[in-house]
Design a protein around this ligand. Structure first.
Ligand SMILES: [Zn+2]
Length: 68
């Protein structure tokens, strides 16, 4: 299980990126909205979509959920 959070600040292209706690390219601390603990990024993305319509996984920490 890993702790995930979503960037409250959208990317220039509109999506909110989901990250794990230990990401090497995290958003600023005040842009992190905690999502909780999940076994994989797909569940974290599903949770983030309750808050934001446009969600994507981070290319660095969630490559299997990174689509854009
Ligand atoms: Zn990340």
């Amino acid at each position: 299980m890993a702790h995930y959070y979503v960037n409250t600040n959208a990317q220039p292209t509109g999506e909110h990126e989901v990250h794990t706690e230990g990401c090497s390219h995290p958003p600023l601390p005040n842009h992190r909205r905690p999502l909780g603990y999940f076994t994989d990024c797909k569940d974290a993305v599903r949770e983030a979509k309750k808050h934001y319509a446009n969600v994507d996984g981070c290319a660095y920490c969630c490559p299997s959920c990174h689509t854009r």
